[in-house]
Design a protein around this ligand. Structure first.
Ligand SMILES: Nc1ncnc2c1ncn2[C@@H]1O[C@H](COP(=O)(O)OP(=O)(O)OP(=O)(O)O)[C@@H](O)[C@H]1O
Length: 598
């Protein structure tokens, strides 16, 4: 438990003085609470028993002043405690978000968005609440007990002994309760994470859910997860149910015992008068509330530890940026070499012994069946993943020695399923270079053959696109993503099936424009359509992670029996058969092997 607080201390240490001042005020507020029993004792002994009613207004005024002062100090210590929690929470939230932004691709292969969201919100809040209220509550409890016992001992040793006998029972119960509560709260946090992941996934995939009419199945899945969350919460409720009445019983039993023993002492004049007994009882009452909340306060602590643990799992995950080199160049030339590269995801070898050299300005195409390892290969250039053996060099320098930001600023990747932010088309294109002017954005859009459709939209470049680009066609999204990459003026451009959703004519236009833009720079194209790759300087055919053929389009076509020739023949036949049967529809742009048309 202490290790969680120690490891998170850098977030609250700078604000500890808020907590210290708050605790000092808390001590004063608690001490002021001790004035009541004395005033009560005086009222009973000197006013009621002795009949000196003239002193009553003064004593009542004393009680009012003490109550007023106590309230002021209570307010101040709680306020400062909250400032302490809020400031620490702010830093922690920023650090978590920063950390999420520096996590590697492989990290995101493993985590669930919903679970991360619940760590960023519910877990962070549980930890923050403990800093804001929990510490003060626990200290308040300890102070109340210590002051209360001190007061009771000073009033009457025998009665204090009676209460002292009950204390260990309370302490043992509270500790046992906390031990049972801890795993239960861990389960609550975990099931909440799973619940959130499910909701987030279903909302993201709602179109798929609906198109398969699987709403009912999703509802059942959600209900199951919701039930698990409910069960976990009920588990905690059951524990509370057992604990609470027991504590209350002990408290009330204590009061009865004091009445009994104290009553006997008063009746037999054994060193206790009625005023002492009333004062003593008021101390016992003042202890019952904090003691019966002992479980609640411990539970805050338990929750904070469980939540802190989950925050630390994010914060202490290995840092991607920590492993980068420092080489920085204003301009990468774009020479790319892979030497005997092997790459694995876990135990699965996805690339084996792959070598290639691309000179600046060359276009390299990667062709192969689905799952062959093409994306894996290009993902190694901007270091989305690292090789297991061999090396990837840019301008003769291993990518691991480059400064990661330099590398990624100059290698632009366009994915098959581009992600668009829910903002304007302008901001989406200018994402990599926020200082870009409208002129820059328009030029990039023209090269990506996107300008025409953008300008047809009523608000042009200022059209807001929906979440993940909803409202745009697949081909339009791809063209915006392409424009975004072109705007970066990259030395190496990677098109990972990036024009699969545009028609062949548009793709041809884009490629011609790209040839102009990418002059002197290097382009990697992954495509399923032979038509997209045939102008490349080098075509690599990948099969099960190995380069099985390489050469130009003409060279590869000569290799009868090779995979390239087979793919070509298949697509050519497809094209013939489809154009023949579709000739009555004015001709359809056909994409073989997985390509589509807009
Ligand atoms: N992040 C990942 N974690 C684990 N395995 C992965 C990951 N990405 C890809 N793979 C696996 O690696 C293999 C190669 O995948 P890759 O995406 O490189 O193929 P590809 O040739 O680009 O396929 P496609 O043409 O369908 O995009 C596949 O078996 C795939 O399941």
């Amino acid at each position: 438990m202490t290790s969680v607080f120690r490891r998170l201390s850098r977030f609250y240490r700078p604000y500890l003085w808020w907590l210290y001042v708050s605790l000092a005020l808390l001590v004063i507020a608690t001490a002021l609470g001790l004035v009541y029993p004395y005033l009560l004792k005086t009222i009973v002994n000197q006013v009621i028993m002795a009949g000196h009613y003239k002193e009553l207004p003064l004593l009542i005024a004393g009680i009012l002043v003490a109550a007023f002062l106590k309230d002021i100090f209570n307010f101040l210590y709680q306020y400062l405690g909250q400032v302490f929690g809020a400031k620490s929470g702010l830093d922690l939230r920023n650090a978590l978000y920063r950390k999420l932004n520096t996590q590697s691709f492989s990290y995101y292969d493993q985590v669930h968005t919903g679970d991360l969201m619940s760590r960023m919100t519910a877990d962070l809040d549980a930890f923050r609440m403990f800093l804001a209220f929990g510490i003060n509550n626990l200290v308040n409890l300890v102070l109340t007990i210590v002051f209360g016992i001190g007061l009771m001992v000073s009033m009457n040793g025998w009665l204090a002994l009676v209460i002292a006998c009950l204390m260990p029972i309370l302490a043992v119960t509270a500790v046992r309760f906390d031990g049972q509560l801890r795993p239960t709260y861990r389960r609550i946090r975990k099931t909440l994470g799973t619940l959130n992941s499910g909701v987030q996934e279903t909302i993201m995939g709602m179109r798929t859910v609906k198109s398969f009419a699987k709403e009912d199945r999703e509802i059942i899945k959600f209900t199951d997860r919701n039930d698990s969350y409910f069960d976990a919460n009920m588990g905690a409720t059951h524990l509370w149910k057992k604990f609470f009445p027991f504590i209350e019983f002990i408290g009330n039993f204590g009061v009865v015992l004091i009445l009994f023993v104290g009553g006997l002492l008063v009746m037999h004049h054994k060193g206790l008068n009625l005023g002492d007994l009333v004062a003593f009882l008021s101390v016992v009452w003042s202890l019952i509330w904090p003691l019966s909340n002992l479980g609640f306060f411990l539970n805050n602590l338990t929750q904070a530890v469980a939540a802190g643990d989950r925050l630390l799992e994010v914060l202490e995950a290995p840092d991607e940026l920590a492993s980068q080199g420092g080489k920085h160049e204003a301009q990468i030339l774009g020479q790319v070499e892979l030497e005997r590269v092997t790459m694995q995801y876990g135990a699965e070898t996805v690339l084996a012994d792959v070598s290639l050299t691309a000179e600046p300005g060359e276009t390299i195409a990667l062709v192969g069946l689905t799952g062959a390892g093409k994306s894996t290969l290009v993902n190694l250039l901007p270091r989305f993943y690292d090789v297991h053996s061999g090396s990837v060099r840019i301008d003769g320098v291993d990518v691991r020695e480059w400064d990661l930001q330099t590398l990624r600023n100059q290698i632009s990747v366009v994915f098959q399923e581009p992600f668009l932010f829910s903002t304007t088309i302008f901001s989406n294109i200018a994402y990599g270079n926020p200082s870009a002017t409208m002129e820059d954005v328009r030029r990039a859009a023209e090269m990506a053959d996107a300008a025409e459709f953008i300008e047809r939209l009523p608000e042009g470049y200022y059209t807001l696109v929906g979440e993940r680009g909803l409202g745009l066609s697949g081909g339009q999204k791809q063209r915006l993503a392409l424009a975004r990459a072109i705007l970066m003026n990259p030395s190496v451009l990677i098109l990972d099936d990036a024009t699969s959703a545009v028609d062949m004519e548009t793709e041809y236009k884009i490629q011609q424009d790209l040839e102009r833009v990418m002059k002197g720079r290097t382009t990697f194209i992954i495509a399923h359509r032979i038509s997209s790759v045939k102008r490349a300087n080098q075509i690599l055919v990948i099969e099960q992670g190995r380069v099985v053929q390489r050469g130009t389009h003409d060279e590869l076509l000569q290799q009868t029996g090779g995979l390239y020739r087979k793919i070509f023949d298949m697509q050519f036949q497809d094209f013939e058969s489809v154009t023949q049967s579709a000739s009555g529809f004015g001709g359809i742009a056909v994409s073989g092997g997985g390509g589509g048309h807009e």
